[in-house]
Ligand binder design. Structure first.
Ligand code: GLU
Length: 451
């Protein structure tokens, strides 16, 4: 199937490159979708001749703005803020805000583009968007984070709203930042609404939202394992990152009887042969709250663990790998090592953590491999449930939200298998997720005309 449509895919990518020069991450995300969807369009006349992919890769609106603020020394700082409002065919723009020094237009366009398909997969009515800033939270005081968040919202507020665009967190944006952003929005608009998700429980947040991305990854992994008659219990898992997603994954995987043996940061990775559980999971939260972005102190705290400076956890022999840090963190050499060590499944918790070369290796080895847009959709799914609760002015219990999340992850899995199952029975989750997301958005776009 691939070869037959390669020329069409190459021509489309040439078009995308010409229109988006110097945006490698965005083009990488587009290529992944194009490779899955172009053969599907060619076999489904309903989607032909409508320039659907050309329309989808063009954001409906791109906003870029100045964010000036004053640091604790009284010095003026200037950052750049963005919001990419990518696609609103199936609902208000929805997606997180990332505060990280690597943020630029290419990164946010890749994230916003992925979000369109991810949100479509959740079964909830949410369009795709993403935003953020090149602000570096590392080492910043609480007062600096607040002043920056307020300055950021001083411009963003005019572009968002509970029925227009609903931002949330991503790397560098957690409960504290959402609180400051929400406070400033409310002050500027004189309006209490569900304009952001990931809010504190006291002002409209949803139970289970902090855990949701990680829990969802593990629920999805369970479904994947069922297809090969395997269980998560007693499996050894390598996780990368040590933020919100890693924390949720470790909590749920441990509850289900698996053993998570690694976490990582920009400084290297930790191997804990006893598994990260109990008070070690609480310690992760404290480590994150230091704002230093390092994992090395874990090994001082728990001497049975080893710190490997400058290395990645993929060199360890494990049953399951769950990359939960950031884009392109797992390359072809890492993939080859994992396969050599007999990995059963690679389940992405981050957005686009595996390079295209790594994905190729997973797919040719026919292991279970799931792209983040399917397996990490639990976070935005519970954001969707937070929006529902805000609209109802009513809260569900933790059990109710968790049960809905579990159900949604099963639905995503079913829908992905529907489009991804190959003639030999192996499931191509990458192809399945992209086609399933595409179909929902494309059907809505076709029905709404050329807008
Ligand atoms: N940033 C998360 C993601 O990548 C969550 C987005 C949201 O909750 O809107 O899906």
């Amino acid at each position: 199937m691939k070869n037959k449509y390669q020329e069409q895919i190459d021509a489309f990518m040439e078009y995308a490159k010409t229109r988006n020069p110097n945006e490698p991450e965005f083009l990488q995300a587009v290529k992944e979708v194009a490779q899955a969807v172009i053969p599907f369009i060619a076999e489904n006349p309903k989607y032909q001749g409508k320039k659907l992919l050309e329309r989808m890769i063009e954001p409906e609106r791109t906003i870029s703005f100045r964010v000036p603020w004053v640091d604790d020394k009284g010095e003026i700082q200037v950052n750049r803020g963005y919001r990419i409002q990518f696609n609103s065919a199936i609902g208000p723009y929805k997606g997180g805000l990332r505060f990280h020094p690597t943020v630029n237009q290419s990164i946010l366009k890749f994230l916003g583009f992925e979000q369109i398909f991810k949100n479509a997969l959740t079964t909830l009515p949410m369009g795709g968007g993403k935003g953020g800033s090149d602000f570096n939270p590392k080492g910043k005081s609480d007062a600096e984070v607040m002043r920056f968040a307020q300055a950021f919202m001083n411009e963003l507020f005019r572009h968002i709203g509970p029925n227009t665009d609903v931002p949330a967190g991503d790397i560098g944006v957690g409960g504290r930042e959402i609180g400051y952003l929400f406070g400033q929005y409310k002050k500027l608009k004189n309006e209490f609404s569900g304009v952001l998700t990931g809010k504190g429980l006291a002002f409209g947040g949803s139970l289970i939202r902090p855990e949701a991305t990680g829990f969802g990854v593990v629920y999805f992994a369970q479904e994947m394992l069922h297809t090969i008659d395997e269980k998560i219990k007693d499996k050894k898992i390598a996780v990368s990152g040590f933020g919100n997603v890693a924390w949720g994954v470790i909590t749920k995987a441990t509850q289900l009887g698996a053993k998570v043996v690694t976490i990582s940061g920009p400084d290297g990775y930790i191997y804990d042969p006893e598994g990260i559980s109990g008070r070690k999971i609480d310690y992760l939260l404290r480590l994150r709250a230091t704002n230093n972005d390092v994992v090395a102190p874990y090994a001082d705290q728990f001497p049975e663990a080893t710190f490997y400076p400058g290395k990645k956890p993929w060199e360890q022999k494990v049953d399951i790998a769950m990359p939960c840090a950031t884009q392109n963190e797992l390359n072809d050499a890492d993939a080859a090592q994992l396969i050599k060590n007999g990995v059963l499944a690679v389940v992405e918790g981050a957005n686009m953590p595996s390079t295209p070369e790594a994905i190729k290796i997973f797919k040719s080895a026919k292991i279970l491999y799931s792209p983040g847009k399917a397996s990490n959709a639990g976070g935005v799914a519970v954001s969707g449930l937070e929006m529902s609760q805000n609209s109802m002015r009513f809260n569900w219990t933790a059990e109710e939200v968790d049960q809905k999340l579990h159900h949604i992850m099963k639905e995503i899995h079913n829908n992905t298998v529907k489009y991804g199952k190959q003639p030999d029975g192996w499931v191509d989750y990458e192809v399945g997720a992209n086609i399933a997301g595409f179909v929902k958005v494309a059907d809505a776009m076709l029905a709404q005309g050329i807008v």
